[in-house]
Design a protein around this ligand. Structure first.
Ligand code: SF4
Ligand code: SF4
Length: 361
């Protein structure tokens, strides 16, 4: 086990913002034109250098940069998007109304069920779509003009834009309210709603168990007290070494592909909804006939959505649509401007592979 790797991973997990410079399109190529995080940061805390992203002490951890970064080169670990969705669903299962609010506008009544986020702008459209399906009575607590007096000056622009996009995609609307109302009665669950949540929680429970088992190499999870009782120390040490290596690899893999969190949420929704499949909310690259197959786009694509293969005397450039995050780096770097991002029906994101261009050698 590489102990330094483990310490590195642990350190990363302690800070709310996770930074993966290898995913930033500006760092990958000087031709990368993205400036979103810098444009939206309310405290001008972000500097992008040759091979690193620096965030200074002025950062207020609002999370806006994480919403606007297409590749999740900067992502928020606490609360993570998955944790946020799970919190909302769990509270919603027990309460008639759940309020979502930012930490600068606290709800002091402990009898009110609420979920706090650093800034509403940290919630991307994919999360709004996901929670709109499961939590119909979620309300956004937003006292009049509160954003106008907030230090996160761009927050309102971002959350209204993302919420609006999420509503358009899901066809559902959230209540935005300046008033908190206590439920007068315990929620009356109907049978379908109760069984929906029972199934959901048992799935979440079994998924976590499976994930732990997978991280431990499929072995049974035994407490260390138990192990010490029936094993000599050497065996415990050997096992710990094997287990910790596998945990490090798993954690490293997850933090290497943080963009998949947003993408996984929306893919699940697209799979379940016919109307969402027909909408055009995402763009994918197409290659024009004059492509000279230099492969620059496939080399620089930060998410490995594009790849070049040579087989049976034929060169093919293929796309894995679920991995493309519309960062437009391929468009920016193609010298001959032969690759273009175009709107496609959402169901194309579900295709496994699309051959974009082929050339017989
Ligand atoms: S890719 Fe992300 S980190 Fe890089 S400039 Fe764009 S928003 Fe910032
Ligand atoms: S295919 Fe192009 S737009 Fe999609 S992730 Fe790769 S570089 Fe970005």
């Amino acid at each position: 086990m590489n102990i330094f790797k483990l310490v590195n991973v642990m350190e990363k997990k302690m800070t709310p913002l996770s930074i993966e410079p290898n995913l930033c399109t500006r760092i990958i190529s000087p031709k990368g034109s993205c400036n979103s995080c810098i444009d939206y940061c309310p405290t001008n805390s972000i500097t992008i250098m040759k091979n690193k992203i620096e965030i200074n002490d002025q950062c207020v951890e609002c999370g806006l940069c994480t919403t606007v970064c297409p590749t999740s080169a900067i992502s928020l670990q606490r609360p993570s998007l998955n944790q946020l969705v799970t919190d909302i669903i769990q509270k919603y299962a027990k309460n008639e109304r759940v309020y979502l609010h930012c930490k600068r506008m606290p709800i002091s009544n402990s009898e009110i069920s609420s979920v706090t986020v650093p800034c509403l702008g940290m919630i991307p459209r994919e999360v709004w779509v996901s929670i709109s399906r499961m939590c119909e009575n979620l309300a956004v607590y937003h006292p009049v003009e509160c954003c106008r007096h907030c230090e996160v000056s761009q927050g309102e622009d971002v959350w209204r834009k993302e919420l609006g996009a999420g509503e358009a995609m899901s066809g559902k609307r959230f209540l935005i309210t300046a008033e908190i109302q206590k439920s007068k009665q315990q929620p009356q669950y109907d049978h379908n709603r109760r069984s929906f949540f029972t199934t959901l929680f048992s799935e979440i429970k079994s998924t976590n168990k499976l994930a732990i088992q997978e991280a431990l190499g499929g072995s049974e999870v035994q407490s260390y007290r138990e192990k010490l009782q029936d094993d000599p120390m050497s065996k415990v040490k050997k096992e710990w070494s094997a287990v910790s290596t596998s945990i490090v690899e798993k954690v490293t893999n997850e933090s290497a592909f943080p963009y998949m969190n947003k993408r996984k949420l929306i893919l699940e929704e697209i799979m379940k909804s016919d109307s969402l499949q027909k909408r055009n909310d995402y763009r994918l690259p197409t290659i024009l006939p004059d492509c000279n197959f230099c492969g620059a786009c496939t080399t620089l694509c930060p998410t490995n959505a594009l790849s070049k293969e040579e087989k049976d005397r034929c060169t093919t450039i293929t796309l894995q649509p679920h991995k493309c995050v519309d960062c437009h780096l391929c468009e920016d770097i193609c010298f001959f401007q032969n690759i273009l991002l175009q709107g496609v029906p959402n169901n194309q994101l579900l295709s496994k592979k699309i051959a974009l261009a082929e050339k017989p050698n």
